[in-house]
Design a protein around this ligand. Structure first.
Ligand code: COI
Length: 351
């Protein structure tokens, strides 16, 4: 790959960005990476100012939704070193999503060299306050034109970044969904396709109107099994056993999920990766053995669920002194932010 061409932003937004009130994904750093695929090959990546892009109305992204993304974070440690967490997993999943959406595979050097250069250029945008990071959005979408319902012949890979605080600001109260489905067997549920999230918005709006803030997705066939929580993977704790569902073509293979599974096992926590039913959760709530429920994801890290609703009734999760969510969250964040030994070799030093 030739060296990446860089055009610096004329005016940095850094000083006018309120790092004390970042929220999540609301402010964007000065630069972005772009790389176009045309005539069967990926071209040279470029770093340019973060700005509007121009697309033809006939670009297939607008018509057939060929679009995938990833979610990653860059962390600053106390010595101002910059770290990524398991970036290889995001790269592999991006290409897995690409395959399912008939998008051409992205070469590894474009992803890594582009990302590392971008993080070097916008390094001052990586917040160091506890709970904050630079959220990274790699995306690939169809720029090729035509109304014919077939894969586009041109694509754009981009990386945009946003200094961010926590994804959730309050309690997470979820509604177990039995009408709508997030994914189906043979579908695209395992992929990080934009459309997977668009399809969740309407059922989530309905849940929000009822006083919840996320939906718990159940399997599309029977609605008996719990699969995901909003845009997160889900774990439950019954007595001292942590349970999460197996990945499948309906469930996202979350990087945080698989890391938490490994950490929990290493911590000696009894962990079961198996399907679990709504009825098992209700029964455990009723007999007092349901201790915790939490979602995992790059953006959300580990988000404890305070209550869930099912068929018109709310079930409140108890407060635990020995919360697994709190314990596992500290372990993973300490690894991510270089506060602890990384025996798993998950940390990746950027600069
Ligand atoms: C992430 O956790 O990084 C995701 O991509 C989920 C998104 C809805 C914020």
């Amino acid at each position: 790959m030739n060296s990446i061409q860089i055009t610096h932003a004329k005016h940095s937004k850094l000083k006018s960005t309120d790092f004390k009130n970042l929220g999540f994904g609301k402010f964007f750093s000065d630069h972005m990476l772009i790389c176009d695929y045309k005539f069967g090959v990926w071209g040279a990546p470029e770093i340019i100012p973060f700005e509007a892009i121009s697309l033809m109305p006939s670009s297939k992204i607008f018509h057939y939704g060929q679009s995938i993304f990833e979610g990653m974070k860059a962390y600053k440690d106390k010595n101002s070193n910059t770290w990524l967490f398991r970036p290889d997993e995001n790269f592999k999943r991006l290409n897995k999503s690409a395959e399912r959406l008939a998008i051409p595979q992205l070469p590894k050097n474009i992803f890594f060299e582009g990302l590392i250069k971008l993080l070097n250029i916008d390094n001052d945008w990586i917040p160091s306050a506890e709970g904050s990071s630079l959220y990274i959005r790699p995306i690939i979408f169809a720029t090729g034109e035509g109304f014919h319902a077939s894969p586009a012949d041109a694509y754009r890979f981009m990386i945009a970044t946003a200094p961010s605080g926590p994804y959730f600001s309050g309690k997470v109260k979820v509604l177990i969904e039995e009408t709508y489905s997030r994914s189906a067997n043979g579908g695209v549920g395992f992929a990080k396709a934009g459309g997977n999230y668009a399809g969740q918005f309407y059922p989530t709006q309905l849940a929000i109107k009822k006083g919840y803030n996320q939906v718990i997705w159940t399997d599309d066939n029977t609605h008996e099994y719990i699969e995901e929580a909003g845009a997160m993977n889900i774990f439950i704790r019954i007595n001292d056993t942590l349970i999460t569902g197996p990945t499948s073509d309906r469930i996202l293979d979350g990087v945080t999920r698989k890391s938490i599974i490994q950490i929990a096992k290493n911590e000696g926590i009894n962990l079961e990766v198996r399907k679990f039913k709504v009825s098992e959760v209700i029964e455990a709530s009723n007999n007092g053995s349901l201790k915790e429920m939490f979602g995992t994801g790059t953006a959300a890290v580990i988000s404890p669920i305070s209550a869930y609703g099912y068929r018109g009734k709310d079930y409140i999760l108890p407060k635990n002194k020995d919360s697994y969510a709190t314990r596992l969250k500290k372990i993973i964040i300490d690894i991510q932010t270089n506060k602890s030994e990384d025996s798993y070799k998950w940390r990746f030093k950027v600069c």
